[in-house]
Design a protein around this ligand. Structure first.
Ligand code: FES
Length: 577
C-alpha cells in the first residue's frame, strides 16, 4: 500500500530550518529546558489560554492547560501555551461584549503569527468562547475547543440557587420588600462556591453546548462540572486528539459547515439556550463563509421543543444536566426525532450521530423526551415590523405565555442612565398594562450592546405580585435572565433605527405567533419625528472605542466588525532577522 501523504507542517517553516533563522527560532524556545528532539517535525500545538484572575469563571485554567499539555505530549506533539485577552463577564466595563471582537483579533493574530500546526482553545466565561472560535476560524487550522465547565450548583438555605437567575429573582424580592438586605448578601457567598462558569443555562453553558453541537468539542464538553475529575480527562483527551487532527489536516472549516450550524440552532432550541448565541453563531458563521441569517433561527429552530428543564427556563442546574446525560442525551433525542444532520463531522473524526446515538438519559425530569417535551415550540422567535425592520428576537421559553400577544402604551427610557434615574420613582406613570422601551443600548449606542434588555420592573408593579411585563430594546440580556423581553431590535436606535422614534404614550403591539412587533404610529408622523431626530453623543471618540463604533455591524449580522468577516487562512510572510 502506498504510504499516506502527510500534510506539510507549517511549524517546519520555523523549526525545520537549517540556517541562521532556524537557530534563532529554536534556540530561544530552548531557554526553559526544551530538548532538541522536540523540533524533530512533530506537530506543534498551541494551547490558547484565557486564564485570568479577572475572569473568575476561567481562574482554574492553569490546571486545565496542564492536562491538555499532558495529552499533547502523550500523543507525540509539542505543546506551547500562550495567553490571549480574557473577558470576564462580571467585572469588565462597559460590557464584555464590547471586547469580543478585540479578543478574537488577538486570537487570530497570535495563532497565525506563530509556528503552530493546531490549537486547543480554552474558554469558559460567556464571551471567551465565541472570541476564541471566531479568531481561530479566521485562520482555519485544526482546532478543538475545551470548555472550563460549569460551577457546582449554588446552595442557599436548603435550596438550589442558580448564577444570575437566582440573583435576578432575589433582587426583585428586595425591591418588592419581600427579602431583607442581610439575607440577600448572605446568598452572595452561597451562589458561587466552586471553580467554573455560571451553572444555569446562561450564555456560558449555552455556548459550551454550541461547541459540542457544532462538533468543535469532544462529546460531554458542555456539562462536566469544572471540579469533576472527568473535566480534566476531557482536557487530556483533547490534547491527544488535536495531534491526530493535525496529521489528518482536519481544519475548522471542515467541521463548521452549514449542517453544523443548523445542528447548533436545533440544539439551542432544545436546551432553551441564551439569545446571545444567536449573535455569536452568526458572527462565527461569517468567519468561515457559511451564510447564516437571523431568519434561519426562526425557520430551523422556533418550532422545536425545549427538552431541558434548566434555569432560567426551568428548574435544574448544569450539575443536574450532566448527571442526567448532558448534551449527548439531548442530541440523541433530536436525532431520533429526525431533526439532526447526523452526518455532520466532529473533532474526534466521527459524525455527530456516531457520537450520541448510544447516549442515555438518567433523569427524565431534567431531560425530557422529544415526544413529551418540557415546553413545545420553544426556539428563538424572530420578530419583524416597523419597530425592527431587520429583526428582533424573543425567547418564548423564558417568557410569560399570556404576554406573547400584547398591546400596550409605551413608557420610554432614552438610555440606561435615564432608566436607572426614573424606574424606582413612585410618580412614574407606569403599570403592568404598559410596554417598557429602552433605547441606545445596541452595539453602537451603549457601546457594546450591554445585557440590560431585561429591565427590572418598577417597585409599585412588583408590590402587586406582578413579575413580568413586556420589554423592548436594542440591548441584549443575560442568558440567565427571563421574561417577555424583545431584544436586539435592528437597526438600533443609535444607528437611526425606528426604535429611536418611539415616544411615551405610543401604542406598541407584540404578536409573537405572527412574529410581529409594531409601533402604531402613522408613517407621516414617523417621518416627521425622523426629521427632528439627532443621534446620541459618543461616549468616547478615540482608540478602540472609536474603532468599535465605526466598524461594528448590527445585531442581525452578529455584531462582528465589518473588516473581520471572512478568513485569511494561515499564511504569514516570513520575517527577516
Ligand atoms: Fe462568567 Fe457567567 S459570569 S459565565
Amino acid at each position: 500500500m502506498p504510504e499516506q501523504k502527510k500534510p506539510k507542517l507549517r511549524s517546519a517553516e520555523w523549526f525545520g530550518r537549517d540556517d541562521r533563522d532556524g537557530f534563532i527560532y529554536r534556540s530561544w524556545v530552548k531557554n526553559r529546558g526544551v530538548p532538541h528532539d522536540q523540533f524533530d517535525g512533530r506537530p506543534v500545538i498551541g494551547i490558547c489560554n484565557t486564564f485570568s484572575e479577572l475572569t473568575p469563571c476561567n481562574s482554574h485554567f492553569r490546571t486545565i492547560a496542564e492536562h491538555v499539555r499532558h495529552g499533547v505530549l502523550e500523543a507525540g506533539g509539542f505543546p506551547l501555551e500562550f495567553p490571549v485577552m480574557s473577558l470576564g463577564e462580571t467585572l469588565l466595563r462597559p460590557t464584555a461584549m464590547m471586547f469580543r471582537n478585540l479578543a478574537s483579533m488577538d486570537v487570530e493574530e497570535s495563532i497565525r503569527a506563530n509556528p503552530l500546526d493546531g490549537v486547543v482553545l480554552l474558554f469558559g466565561c460567556d464571551k471567551t468562547t465565541p472570541a476564541l472560535l471566531m479568531g481561530a476560524a479566521s485562520v482555519d487550522l485544526p482546532a478543538i475547543g475545551v470548555s472550563g465547565g460549569p460551577m457546582l450548583s449554588g446552595k442557599f438555605r436548603g435550596q438550589d440557587i442558580g448564577s444570575g437567575t437566582g440573583l435576578w429573582q432575589m433582587s426583585e424580592d428586595v425591591r418588592a420588600g419581600k427579602m431583607s438586605k442581610a439575607d440577600f448578601f448572605e446568598a452572595e457567598s452561597c451562589m458561587h462556591r466552586a471553580h467554573g462558569h455560571c451553572m444555569t443555562m446562561g450564555t456560558a453553558s449555552t455556548m459550551a453546548c454550541m461547541v459540542e453541537a457544532l462538533g468543535m468539542g469532544l462529546p460531554g464538553n458542555a456539562a462536566i462540572p469544572a471540579v469533576d475529575a472527568r473535566r480534566n480527562v476531557l482536557a487530556r483527551m483533547a490534547g491527544r486528539r488535536i495531534v491526530a487532527m493535525v496529521r489528518e489536516d482536519l481544519g475548522m472549516s471542515k467541521i463548521l459547515t452549514r449542517a453544523a450550524f443548523e445542528n447548533a440552532i436545533r440544539a439551542l432550541a432544545a436546551i432553551g439556550g441564551s439569545t446571545n448565541a444567536v449573535i455569536h453563531l452568526i458572527a462565527l458563521a461569517g468567519r468561515v463563509g457559511v451564510k447564516l441569517a437571523l431568519d434561519d433561527f426562526d425557520r430551523i429552530g422556533s418550532a422545536l421543543p425545549c427538552l431541558v428543564n434548566l434555569q432560567p427556563s426551568g428548574k435544574y442546574l448544569m450539575e443536574d444536566f450532566y448527571y442526567a446525560g448532558g448534551l449527548p442525551a439531548v442530541l440523541r433525542e433530536l436525532g431520533e426525532a429526525g431533526v439532526l444532520a447526523k452526518d455532520a463531522l466532529t473533532v474526534n473524526g466521527r459524525t455527530i450521530w456516531e457520537n450520541v446515538r448510544d447516549a442515555e438519559c438518567w433523569n427524565r425530569d431534567v431531560i425530557f423526551p422529544h415526544a413529551r417535551p418540557f415546553k413545545p415550540a420553544a426556539g428563538i422567535a424572530v420578530l419583524k415590523g416597523n419597530l425592527a425592520p431587520d429583526g428582533a428576537v424573543i425567547k418564548p421559553s423564558a417568557a410569560t405565555p399570556a404576554l406573547l400577544r400584547f398591546r400596550g402604551r409605551a413608557v420610554v427610557f432614552e438610555d440606561i442612565d435615564d432608566f436607572h434615574r426614573r424606574i424606582d420613582d413612585e410618580a412614574l406613570d407606569i403599570d403592568e398594562t404598559c410596554v417598557m422601551v429602552l433605547k441606545n443600548c445596541g452595539p453602537k449606542g451603549y457601546p457594546g450592546m450591554a445585557e440590560c434588555g431585561n429591565m427590572p420592573l418598577p417597585p409599585k408593579v412588583l408590590r402587586k405580585g406582578i413579575t413580568d411585563m413586556v420589554r423592548i430594546s436594542d440591548a441584549r440580556m443575560s442568558g440567565t435572565a427571563y421574561g417577555t423581553v424583545v431584544l436586539h431590535a435592528a437597526p438600533e436606535a443609535a444607528a437611526g433605527g425606528p426604535l429611536a422614534l418611539v415616544r411615551d404614550g405610543d401604542i406598541i403591539e407584540l404578536d409573537v405567533e405572527r412574529r410581529r412587533v409594531h409601533l402604531d404610529v402613522t408613517d407621516a408622523e414617523l417621518a416627521r419625528r425622523r426629521a427632528e431626530w439627532k443621534g446620541p453623543p459618543r461616549h468616547l471618540d478615540r482608540g478602540y472605542n472609536r474603532l468599535y463604533v465605526e466598524h461594528v455591524l448590527q445585531a442581525d449580522r452578529g455584531a462582528d466588525f465589518d473588516f473581520l468577516v471572512g478568513k485569511s487562512g494561515a499564511f504569514v510572510p516570513r520575517d527577516n532577522h
